[in-house]
Design a protein around this ligand. Structure first.
Ligand SMILES: [Zn+2]
Length: 175
């Protein structure tokens, strides 16, 4: 599938405030380091529209249903984009959606609705309190879902392949 350039990027929510778990936050459960957060969490009401940050191609769209025993991604979408000048390929990841309007292979335009924030503690949102997990990935893509946390010794990904999403968007248009 051909790369699609996006000259501009925007935030995936009309009101974007990292008000829950910030990027890089170390989560500790019962005294043990569980992982380093690879995205930003924004708590917004269920039903809030989530939009594509730029033009791109959907490379992953699936439901990873959660339950009370084990939280999961819920509906998750990953879009591949490319900067028209720098030619940098990067991916935007949106998770805990209540539904997905897009399939793998779909072309999306900047600002196009992708889905909405899922209801709290439902299989569709992966069994979390309603929020958007949003991430920017710049590493190689291997046709599989990407992790939301980096764990010590994890060979699926590297922390340096992940960007602080709000900073990435703020500086995108600059040379
Ligand atoms: Zn998160």
């Amino acid at each position: 599938m051909a790369y699609l350039n996006t000259p501009k990027v925007i935030y995936p929510l009309a009101e974007y405030r990292v008000n829950s778990l910030p990027f890089g936050k170390r989560s500790v459960y019962e005294g043990v380091l569980w992982g380093i957060h690879l995205g930003e969490d924004v708590k917004v009401p269920a039903g809030t529209d989530v939009r594509a940050i730029g033009r791109g191609r959907v490379v992953y769209s699936a439901l990873h249903a959660g339950d009370a025993e084990k939280g999961n991604w819920g509906h998750i979408i990953i879009i591949r984009h490319r900067h028209p000048v720098r030619r940098q390929v990067f991916y935007s990841l949106y998770a805990h959606l209540g539904s997905s309007y897009k399939r793998i292979g779909d072309k999306v335009e900047l600002g196009e609705p992708l889905g909405f924030v899922g209801e709290s503690f439902t299989a569709e949102n992966g069994w979390w309190e309603a929020h958007l997990h949003f991430a920017i990935y710049t590493g190689p893509w291997q046709d599989q879902v990407l992790p939301g946390y980096w764990k010590d010794g994890d060979t699926r990904t590297r922390p340096e392949w992940w960007q602080v999403p709000s900073e990435f968007i703020a500086r995108y248009a600059q040379a």
